[in-house]
Design a protein around this ligand. Structure first.
Ligand code: FAD
Ligand code: SF4
Length: 462
C-alpha cells in the first residue's frame, strides 16, 4: 500500500504558459501515477466514499480494477452508474462529495478519486476501437421528447434509448451539450470529450434537433400532438441575474453566460471564427463562484492585461471550488475582496471605462449562515476598466413555463417536480438546474436518470 498522506500530484501546464492558451490545465495521470494513487486506497469494508457520490459509483471496486491493471474493467464499473465519467472526472466537486468522505482524508489527503475516474475514462477513450458500435437495441415503439441537451437531458435520453424508446432531443443552441459546451471552458473540459459522449448517444439511435427552441419553434403541447408520449424538460437555468445598478446597459458589460458563450461556443479566441474577440485591457468580473472564476480565466486567455474578481465577502466565503480559486490566483487574476460595485461609467460613445465600488465589512451571519457584507460608508473608490462581466447566478428561462399550461413553478421560476421528476402536468417530467436552480453536473445527471426510470414506468415499459 502507498502510505503517503498526500495525493499523487497531477501534471499541469505552467500557470504563466497556460494563462495564454485554451489547452487543458490538468494533463491527467500517467499509468504509473494512477497505479501509485490507486495504491493509496485501502479498500474499506464500509466505504464511506460511495455514500458521498450522488450516483453511488462503486469507488473501491473501480480502484481495485486499476490496481489490477484492468483499466477497461475500471471504466465499466464507473460507467454502470455514471454515464459521463470523462466529464465527471474533470468537473465534479469531489472535495465536497466522495473525497470528503474518504477515510484517508482523516490524516492527510483523501484518495484522488476524481483523478482516477478521469484516468479510467481517458484510457477507455484512447483504447476504444473507432468502429465500435453498441449492440442492436430492441425497440419498444414509444416516442419521448427531451428538451435541452445538458447533462440532465443527455442522461435521460441515453437511458430511454437503451430501454428501446425512440428519443428526440430538442436543443435551442446549434450544438448539443448544454453548459458542458457553452459554459465550462475548453481548458477545464475539452469540447471533444463532450461531443464523444453526444455521438455515443447518436450511435444508440438518439436524434438531436438543434436550433429548436421549445416554446417558440414548437410548444410542449405541439410535441404531444406530434405523437410524443412523454416530455422530459432539462432546459437548465440559463437566465442571468444583474445587480440593477446604473451603467449595466453600457457597451462592454456582459453577463458571464453571454461572455462564456462567445468564447466557448462561438470560439472567439480562434482566428478562423468570425466571432469578435472580446476587448483586452482591464476586465472586472463581479461574483465569487465557479462561473466568475471561469469568466476571469477566459478573459486572461483572450488577452486582458489585468483581470479583477470583485467579490463582496472575504476569501473564506468565496463559493468557488478551492482548486479553481487556486488556479485563478496562479494565473495572476487579482482578487478585490470585500468590495462591491455601485455604479458603472462609460465614455461619450457609451463604452464602459470605469467602475465605482464600495468597501464592505462582514457583519452578523445572514439566512445562508455566512456573515452579511455591510457597506463601509464613505469608502467608495474607482477602478479603470474596459469590460465588466456579471457572474451573479442564474435562474430558469421563463419561456417554457409561459407556453405550457398546467406546469407549476416556484417563486424562483424553477419547475416543481417530485424526486422522480414528475411535474404537475401529466406526461411531463423535469430535472436538473430547471428544477433545482443552478447546481452541478452530477446532480443534473442523477435527475435525468431518475426521470428516465419514471418515464419508462409511466409508459408501462418493464
Ligand atoms: P444545462 O447544462 O444548462 O443544459 C440545458 C440545455 O437546455 C442548454 O443546452 C440550453 O440551451 C437548452 N435549452 C434551454 N431552454 C431551451 C428551450 N426552450 N428549448 C430547447 N432547449 C433549451 N458543475 C459542476 O459540477 N462542475 C463544474 O465545474 C461546473 N462549472 C460550471 C461553470 C459554468 C460557467 C456554469 C455556467 C456552470 C457550471 N457548473 C458546474 C454547473 C453545471 O454545468 C450545471 O449544473 C449543469 O450543466 C446543469 O445541467 P442541465 O442539464 O440541467 O442544464
Ligand atoms: Fe478507498 Fe477512500 Fe473509498 Fe476507503 S473511503 S474505499 S480509502 S476511496
Amino acid at each position: 500500500m502507498n502510505n503517503s498522506t498526500v495525493k499523487t500530484p497531477i501534471p499541469e501546464q505552467e500557470p504563466l504558459v497556460r494563462n495564454k492558451n485554451f489547452e487543458e490545465v490538468a494533463l491527467g495521470y500517467t499509468e504509473e501515477q494512477a497505479l501509485l494513487e490507486a495504491d493509496r486506497c485501502i479498500g474499506c469494508k464500509n466505504p464511506l466514499c460511495i455514500s458521498g457520490c450522488p450516483v453511488e459509483v462503486r469507488i473501491p471496486e473501480f480502484i481495485s480494477k486499476i490496481k489490477e491493471h484492468d483499466y477497461e474493467g475500471a471504466y465499466t464499473v464507473i460507467n454502470s452508474t455514471n454515464s459521463l465519467p470523462a466529464v465527471c472526472g474533470r468537473v465534479c466537486p469531489q472535495e465536497t462529495q466522495c473525497e470528503q468522505k474518504c477515510i484517508r482524508g482523516v490524516k492527510g489527503d483523501p484518495v484522488g478519486i476524481g483523478r482516477l475516474e478521469r484516468f479510467a475514462a481517458d484510457w477507455h477513450s484512447a483504447h476504444q476501437s473507432s468502429d465500435h458500435k453498441p449492440a442492436e437495441i430492441k425497440k419498444n415503439g414509444h416516442r419521448v421528447a427531451v428538451v435541452g441537451s445538458g447533462p440532465a437531458g443527455l442522461t435521460c435520453a441515453g437511458d430511454l434509448a437503451r430501454a428501446g424508446c425512440k428519443v428526440t432531443v430538442f436543443e435551442a443552441l446549434h450544438v448539443a451539450g448544454g453548459v458542458l459546451m457553452y459554459g465550462i471552458p475548453e481548458f477545464r473540459l475539452p469540447k471533444a470529450v463532450v461531443q464523444k459522449e453526444v455521438n455515443g448517444l447518436r450511435d444508440l439511435g438518439v436524434e438531436f434537433s438543434c436550433d429548436s427552441v421549445i416554446g417558440k419553434t414548437f410548444t410542449v403541447d405541439e410535441l404531444f400532438a406530434d405523437g410524443y408520449e412523454a416530455v422530459f424538460i432539462g432546459s437548465g437555468a440559463g437566465l442571468p441575474s444583474f445587480m440593477n445598478i446604473e451603467g449595466e446597459s453600457l457597451q462592454g458589460v456582459y453577463s458571464a453566460n453571454e461572455y462564456l458563450t462567445r468564447i466557448n461556443l462561438m470560439k472567439a479566441y480562434k482566428d478562423e471564427y468570425d466571432t469578435p474577440r472580446p476587448a483586452g485591457g482591464t476586465v472586472a468580473v463581479v461574483g465569487g463562484g465557479n462561473v466568475a472564476m471561469d469568466a476571469a480565466r477566459c478573459a486572461m486567455r483572450v488577452g486582458a492585461d489585468k483581470v479583477y474578481i470583485i467579490y463582496r465577502r472575504s476569501m473564506e466565503e468565496l463559493p468557488a471550488r478551492k482548486e479553481e480559486v487556486h488556479h485563478a490566483v496562479e494565473e495572476q487574476i487579482e482578487f478585490r475582496l470585500l468590495n462591491n460595485p455601485v455604479k458603472i461609467y462609460g465614455d461619450e460613445k457609451g463604452r464602459v471605462n470605469k467602475i465605482e465600488c464600495i468597501r464592505m465589512e462582514l457583519g452578523e451571519p445572514d439566512d445562508s449562515g455566512r456573515r452579511r457584507p455591510v457597506p463601509v460608508e464613505g469608502s467608495n473608490f474607482f477602478l479603470d476598466v474596459d469590460t465588466v462581466i456579471m457572474a451573479l447566478g442564474t435562474s430558469p428561462n421563463p419561456l417554457i413555463k409561459n407556453t405550457t399550461s398546467g406546469l407549476d413553478t416556484n417563486r424562483k421560476g424553477c419547475i416543481i417536480a417530485d424526486d422522480d421528476g414528475r411535474t404537475s402536468r401529466e406526461g411531463v417530467f423535469a430535472g436538473g438546474d430547471v428544477v433545482t436552480g443552478a447546481a452541478t453536473v452530477i446532480l443534473a445527471m442523477g435527475a435525468g436518470k431518475k426521470s428516465a426510470a419514471a418515464i419508462l414506468k409511466y409508459l408501462g415499459v418493464d
